[in-house]
Design a protein around this ligand. Structure first.
Ligand code: GN1
Ligand code: MG
Length: 365
């Protein structure tokens, strides 16, 4: 690995000599390293080296094109906003292929802290603000310039259709062990797919969305606990505003980790939901249509079922998409997301009320 990293650093003309590299285990798709270089005076500088998973992102050059357009737009319109910067090679490209034909990119390391789980409601509200602001900043960006890097990424109906096709095929003989999960997903198939069908029918505006709004995709200042920058722009594409909201609360309002094996620990925390709502809605409420606002809770449920279906689909088809740490990992993730989806449904009325109150408060301000 040392030699591969060294050659990549050379292609990007990084000054100094390669000093250390450590893998960063965050992220289920790409492989990320923190790499440091040391100059002649002994000073070190850190970078992020990332190898893109080209099974998932089949055209990574298109991702870099999208990220370039999006970050340039933000930089031009909001010069004080921090955005991601990628290094360029001698021939002006922001990526390089290694000897094995793997796709790499390099960014500066940003000294920061991220939150996988978080009990601090003010940090949760700040995460909402960060993702809300990101969406606002792209509200006047022409999404038709972007490649659809993963087609139908958050088309829940299609995701569920695919799952049921694979259930019928049962390529790894795993289906008989997951009948309860399949039965539940089948019982909510229409409800979870509803928004994506209505979106396809033109009932909601096409926004430019982040599409992976986990709280650990916001870097925070270690001292002030204020957001520095929204990262992981690989899936920025046209999409539904409320799915960004839903994906974020799916992750941050879960009382446990996304892959918690003890289901009884998995709840949807309404106080955390309220805190995120306050931050997000405070930023975007002026720009959202009433049908979008009315769909925020359903979107939270839908994307949770969607992710459960994606994990289960990967389990049934032999764990080819998400990185797994142990053989049943995707099944454990599925069960966790389903427990969460059920709790969202149980609390639907209360969550709807919180959304209405938050919108009212935002308008009064
Ligand atoms: C993947 O790799 P990461 O952690 O940024 C996935 C998301 C899922 C997420 C679940 C391209 O994101 O859609 O919500 O795992 N990204 C892709 O943790 O499929
Ligand atoms: Mg991602």
């Amino acid at each position: 690995m040392f030699e591969t990293i060294r050659k990549i650093g050379e292609a990007f003309r990084l000054p100094g000599t390669l000093y250390t590299f450590d893998i960063i285990t965050n992220g289920n798709i790409n492989t990320t390293y923190r790499v440091t270089y040391r100059d002649d005076n002994g000073n070190t500088k850190a970078y992020i080296f990332q190898r893109i998973n080209t099974v998932v992102f089949q055209n990574p050059v298109q991702i870099m094109h999208n990220i370039d357009l999006v970050t340039s737009h933000i930089r031009e319109k909001y010069p004080n906003e921090r955005t991601l910067h990628f290094h360029h090679t001698g021939d002006g490209k922001n990526y390089v292929f290694d000897d094995q034909n793997c796709f790499w990119r390099v960014m500066n390391w940003v000294e920061s802290i991220t939150f996988d789980t978080c009990d601090d409601l003010s940090v949760i509200a700040a995460t909402g603000e960060a993702f809300g602001r990101f969406q606002n900043q792209l509200s006047d960006f022409d999404g038709s310039q972007l490649y659809e890097t993963i087609p139908d990424f958050h088309n829940t109906k299609k995701r569920l259709d695919t799952l049921f096709e694979h259930v019928a095929q049962d390529p790894c003989g795993r289906v008989s062990g997951v009948m309860d999960e399949i039965e539940y997903i089948s019982s909510v198939r229409w409800k979870a797919g509803e928004l994506s069908v209505r979106y396809a029918n033109g009932e909601f505006p096409v926004r430019v969305t982040h599409n992976d709004t986990k709280s650990n995709n916001v870097l925070f200042d270690r001292m002030t606990k204020m957001p520095i920058v929204v990262i992981d722009l690989d899936t920025v594409m046209p999409g539904m505003a409320m799915y960004d909201f839903g994906d974020a609360v799916r992750f941050i309002a879960n009382t446990a980790a996304e892959d918690e094996p003890e289901i009884q620990r998995v709840y949807f925390d309404t106080a955390k939901f309220r805190a995120f709502c306050k931050g997000f809605i405070g930023e975007v409420s002026q720009g959202l249509t009433q049908p979008e606002i009315d769909s925020l809770v359903l979107a939270s449920f839908s994307i949770t079922v969607e992710l459960a279906a994606r994990f289960l689909d990967d389990y049934i088809t032999g764990d080819k998409y998400f990185k797994i740490n142990y053989p049943q990992h995707n099944l454990v993730r599925t069960r966790c997301q389903l427990a969460l989806a059920k709790d969202i449904m149980r609390k639907q009325a209360e969550l709807e009320w919180i959304v209405r109150e938050t919108v009212k408060e935002a308008k009064e301000k």
